[in-house]
Design a protein around this ligand. Sequence first.
Ligand SMILES: [Zn+2]
Length: 74
Amino acid sequence: MQCSIKGCPGVYEERSVVHTVRHKGEVIVIDHVPAEVCTVCGDVLFRPDTVRRIEEILLTRSVPSSTVPLYEYA
Ligand SMILES: [Zn+2]
């Protein structure tokens, strides 16, 4: 798929990314999230079902096992 950023010649390719999100004042890091990443500018797209899954993780998360709040997507 062609990149959605104006003037960018890149295309999106499926990759696994580390997603960092701010949730209720905390920084949450979720590892191994499937995303479409532009090969040129690095723009990241998530599919709607992936976005829903991330929201689920944020709502249902328990205390992370390490001092860094790192969550596994899968
Ligand atoms: Zn791009």
